[in-house]
Design a protein around this ligand. Sequence first.
Ligand code: ACO
Length: 426
Amino acid sequence: MPNTVTLTDNRRGKSYDFNILDGTRGPSVVDISSFYSDTGMFTYDNGYTSTASCNSSITYIDGDKGELRYRGIEIEELAKSKSYLEVCYLLLNDAMPNELQTKEFDLELRHRSFLNEGLAQLFRAFPAGSHPMATLTAATAALSTFHFNHLELCKESEYQRMARRIVAKMPTIAAFAYRQSIGACFIQPDITKSYTENFLYMMRAYPGGKMHIDLDGERVIKEIEIKALDTIFTLHADHEQNASTTSVRNVASTGAHPYVAISAGVSALWGRAHGGANESVIKQLEMIGSVENVDAFIARAKDPDDEFRLMGFGHRVYKNFDPRAKVLKELQVQLQDELKLDSNLMKIARKIEEIALSDEYFVSRKLYPNIDFYSGIILTALQIPTSMFTPVFVIGRTVGWITQWIEFKKGKGMKIARPRQLYLGK
Ligand code: ACO
């Protein structure tokens, strides 16, 4: 049987053959790169629901089964048994680090976590009350002015340096963006602290590095808090060719600086159809207010004339439970007592989940809870303010974006991203 798809243009009575390319997992693709030159027509795929924009060997999703793998390893296994930094190393190097490599990687990131004083000054220019995501987008782009020799980048060691630098600095940029937004002084990273602990420390500490003091004494950052946030970072580390990653690759395709490409990813992530959903979920749960009100909001979500959507539900790729959501749901239960998770919000969330998983509207559209549905309640218990939910997503995802950027740069025959259109104007 020929390894092709035949398409017939019934208007002209002509048929065209296109090659089928097989991946190592998942659906095959039809190579339509010669479609325009063969047929004189473009393909049309609003929202890219049927389009593979690149080939990649980083992350695999089976949306029907609810499966997610980084470099071939299932997310459940990574979340359970590996640290976020080990996962970063895995994504960047396509291999799990040994003990020494983990230690070296960790130390390098600690030393790279500081910001140039000039960049730190930039935060002062933004008005108090600005959203940390806006500041984060600008500061990430501004980082390119301090490391501008990207055009000469071609060696693996240089790619890795670019990557390690931005992964190391992102928690500091995010924490500075937050502290600027509330008019608080910046807390410098502490190299004696791990990656994840450092972020919590830079968010929470008082001038001089002291933590909050109450009648029981100084409130230290608990090991269980560090572990929970570390898992959240791992679950966000990469997610194939989503809107923000596609933005990163599109900018990369023009030859622009990698940190500017990442800044485009941060911008794309901010929207509430994407990473901004985690902030919207918690606001929505608070707006619903009590279990008694859930039915009314479910009815609104189902009403085709109402723009209201249930935040944290539905996904372009997952037509089954988002596996990351499953891990977070279990984590919520584990943390419930220890971190005093908001039981009212949890009750509302459970009721929504219960109804949605059995209601015909949601079942027939395969709308399951996604990662954002569960992360907010945990982040609130970790004393992360709502405006920082999406920046937390950014910190976790930066490694994925830069790994995808490196893959793009090293790929053969990569072209500038330049789609066409169906023209309907005059
Ligand atoms: N609440 C109610 N109805 C929904 C929801 C929802 N959350 N999501 C989708 N639908 C309905 C749509 O109205 C549509 O119904 P219709 O066929 O009767 O018109 C159908 O389900 C299909 O929805 P689309 O918008 O076409 O699906 P798409 O794949 O384009 O969108 C998206 C996916 C953007 C995630 C969507 O489900 C949504 O807006 N969800 C809420 C926001 C959210 O949680 N985003 C986070 C995604 S995960 C992430 O980025 C990390």
